[in-house]
Structure formats: structure tokens, C-alpha cells
Design a protein around this ligand. Structure first.
Ligand SMILES: NC(=O)c1ccc[n+]([C@@H]2O[C@H](COP(=O)([O-])OP(=O)(O)OC[C@H]3O[C@@H](n4cnc5c(N)ncnc54)[C@H](O)[C@@H]3O)[C@@H](O)[C@H]2O)c1
Length: 243
């Protein structure tokens, strides 16, 4: 991908699932990548699993002080940020009538406020010299999906955060939201039985989940010079689910 070699990249949730595949793809493209994540084991093993990764740092993206400290460490490691992939997220499968306030707040805190906090830190480092901010939203942010009211609201928020930032930060910084459909990752496998996965596959025009590498490829394109005219977009990558 044109223009990714030597880029200084931060990927949140960059040591599992979609984020792990994204970290790996950017390293393969010659970028220098720091991953921020929450899971202890995934962070410990990250540099073995993702050869060439500069560092995996523990950081709760919902905590402003931790995010500020993490970006200060990124400054020390990379000397700045050219690309942010704000990808960390959580989901809780729960009927609307049973969602507890603390669950609602945690999902919004991680999925929306966490993206805001990281995006603001990154954008402050980009306004002078340019950069690209990408966010993992979801097709759940484009239309209603039962049992994920908090998650869906957070992802719809991410889409309009991306669009608004794209307006305010143009032309220096491009900002886009990626909306994956169903992707086979630890998050998805934790919540769906094999029968549920098969049922989902049957409902998708391409008849399967996405592989994390397929989402990573879109992130690589959107961070590269090949997509120099793409900003303020919410791009579905969903095997035809929303068609
Ligand atoms: N898997 C899917 O089908 C699917 C579909 C659409 C969108 N998404 C979104 O893609 C993103 C990645 O999901 P995944 O499926 O790869 O899941 P995953 O569970 O494999 O990875 C989630 C990552 O986020 C990190 N994380 C969670 N809470 C965090 C916090 N508070 N601070 C910092 N890091 C935190 C985890 O440590 C992990 O690295 C999420 O935003 C998710 O909502 C997933």
C-alpha cells in the first residue's frame, strides 16, 4: 500500500482479533506500530505473536489519564503519531429491558468515550503535519440489531464522531469509520455458539463471517495514500449484510 512505510501507527485493541490483524498488516507494510490494549495475556504475548511490533502497552481507553500517559509513551517510542486505528471495543449481549446502568455506561465509556479520548490525543499530534484517524464502528451502528442496544448506540456515536472530526480537521487529517459486519474473532466466538455462527453465515449474502485480515486490509487502504480523497466516510465491510 502506497505511503505506509515508516508511518507511526497506534492501534487500540491492537493485540486481539481485528486489531491484531491490523497491527500485523501495518507491520508488514513497513509501518512502526504500537498497540494499546486491556487484556494482560494478549499484551504479554503480543510481540511473539506479532513479530516487528514496537510495543504493546496496557491502557484502559476509557480512562483519560491512562490514555494521556499511553500517548506520552508513544511519543517516546515513535516520536509522534501519523495513523490512529481506534478499534478497542466491548459488547454485552443483553435484552434491552435487562441492561443494567453500569453495563450501559461501561459499553459507552469504552466504545465511544474511549475512541474520543484516543482520537483527541492523536489529532492534537496531527493537526500541524497531517495524519489519518480510523475507527472501528460496526454495521450495528447503521441499523438496529436486537440484544445490543448499548453497543449499537455506541457504534452509531462513533460514526458521527468520525464524520464530525473529518469536517473539523480537514484538510490536514482524514477521519473515517469502518463498519464491519460479522467477523470471526475472540469477541464473536465468546458470544455465539457454533449453531449461532452457522445461522449467521446462512443469512449473509457471501455466506460466511469476515476474516480479521479482511478488515485489516481495508484499514491499510484507508491509511495509505491510495485513499487520499476518502474522508468523513462510514464504510461497510459486511459480505453484503446491509445491502
Ligand atoms: N467481531 C465482530 O464481529 C465485530 C463486528 C463489528 C465491529 N467489531 C468491533 O471491532 C473491534 C474489535 O473487536 P474484535 O472482534 O476484534 O474483539 P476482540 O475481543 O478480539 O478485541 C478487542 C480488543 O479491545 C481491547 N479492549 C477492550 N476493552 C478495552 C479497554 N477498556 N481499553 C483498551 N483496550 C480494550 C481488548 O484488549 C482487545 O485487544 C471492536 O470495536 C468491536 O466492537 C467487531
Amino acid at each position: 500500500m502506497k505511503g505506509l512505510a515508516g508511518k507511526r501507527v497506534v492501534v487500540t485493541g491492537g493485540t486481539s482479533g481485528i486489531g491484531e490483524a491490523t497491527s500485523r498488516r501495518f507491520v508488514e507494510e513497513g509501518a512502526r506500530v504500537v498497540a494499546l490494549a486491556a487484556g494482560e495475556l494478549e499484551i504479554e504475548t503480543a510481540r511473539e505473536r506479532i513479530p516487528g511490533l514496537e510495543a504493546a502497552l496496557r491502557c484502559d481507553v476509557a480512562d483519560a489519564a491512562q490514555v494521556e500517559r499511553a500517548f506520552a509513551r508513544v511519543d517516546g517510542l515513535l516520536g509522534g503519531v501519523d495513523v490512529l486505528v481506534a478499534n478497542a471495543g466491548i459488547s454485552v449481549r443483553r435484552p434491552f429491558l435487562e441492561i443494567r446502568e453500569e453495563e450501559w455506561r461501561r459499553v459507552l465509556d469504552v466504545n465511544l468515550t474511549g475512541v474520543f479520548l484516543c482520537a483527541q490525543q492523536a489529532a492534537r499530534r496531527m493537526v500541524a503535519g497531517g495524519g489519518v484517524i480510523l475507527m472501528t464502528a460496526s454495521t450495528n451502528g447503521l441499523s438496529g440489531h436486537p440484544l445490543y442496544a448499548d453497543y449499537n448506540a455506541s457504534k452509531a456515536g462513533v460514526i458521527l464522531l468520525a464524520r464530525t472530526m473529518a469536517l473539523e480537521l480537514a484538510p490536514a487529517v482524514r477521519v473515517n469509520a469502518v463498519c464491519p459486519g460479522y467477523v470471526l474473532t475472540p469477541m464473536q466466538q465468546a458470544e455465539y455458539t457454533p449453531e449461532m455462527l452457522a445461522e449467521v453465515d446462512a443469512s449473509i449474502p457471501l455466506r460466511r463471517h469476515a476474516r480479521p485480515e479482511e478488515i485489516a486490509a481495508l484499514f491499510a487502504f484507508l491509511a495509505s495514500d491510495e485513499s487520499a480523497y476518502v474522508t468523513g466516510a462510514a464504510i461497510a465491510i459486511d459480505g453484503g449484510e446491509t445491502a
